[in-house]
Design a binder for this molecule. Structure first.
Ligand code: URA
Length: 193
């Protein structure tokens, strides 16, 4: 609660100026598993909650298929403000720059210190670059535990938005299965069947 309050007025990078609000992490504050996404999207920015838009709905489906209950998790983002550009009337997602990820890392580190998760899952390249390493390649290194001082078990998988962008149905289905398989590692890391 205190951290969320502290982050509300963050101006450590310029992204606060065009965002509706700081979208802090949400979920079980004592969760054994933390999911880290990239940054809030349009819906998240308006509602002030992470992963409640289209990517969040896909994530929910994948978690359910993997047998993981979202209520048991803490879900957050590497960057807490929505970065966007106007295209017509729509606010389109813009990938955060590394300096913006770096500016926001203090909040992620403090969330990790407060929640103390046993498992951290980075969703997509931006989160993996913040949580694991700057040269991490999700396509080739996803679904494998990596050595980290942040938590005993750390790995990365696809970002749900990457799946939403796939046009080919078969490709989308295959990527969804891979995402479900990777999220299933959470149970293994927790020592559950
Ligand atoms: N994408 C993210 O990375 N995080 C969200 O909260 C929503 C979409």
């Amino acid at each position: 609660k205190q951290l969320r309050e502290d982050a509300r007025g963050c101006q450590a990078c310029p992204l606060w100026a065009n965002a509706t609000q700081t979208v802090f992490g949400a979920g079980d504050p004592h969760a054994r598993v933390m999911l880290v996404g990239e940054q809030p999207g349009d819906e998240e920015d308006k509602k002030g909650l992470p992963f409640v838009g289209p990517a969040g709905r896909l994530l929910d489906r994948a978690l359910e298929a993997a047998g993981v209950d979202r209520n048991d998790l803490y879900v957050t983002n590497a960057v807490k403000h929505f970065k966007w550009q106007l295209r017509g009337k729509r606010r389109l997602h813009k990938t955060p720059a590394q300096r913006e990820v770096d500016a926001c890392r203090q909040w992620l580190e403090r969330e990790i210190a407060a929640v103390k998760p046993r498992v951290i899952v980075a969703l997509g390249a931006t989160a993996a670059r913040s949580v694991i390493s700057k040269d991490f390649k999700v396509t080739t290194m996803r679904g494998r535990f990596v050595e980290s001082s942040l938590a005993p078990c750390v790995f990365a998988t696809f970002h749900p938005s990457a799946l939403l962008r796939l046009r080919d149905e078969a490709e989308k289905e295959a990527a969804f299965e891979q995402l479900v398989g990777d999220l299933g590692l959470i149970k293994m890391a927790l020592g559950r069947p």
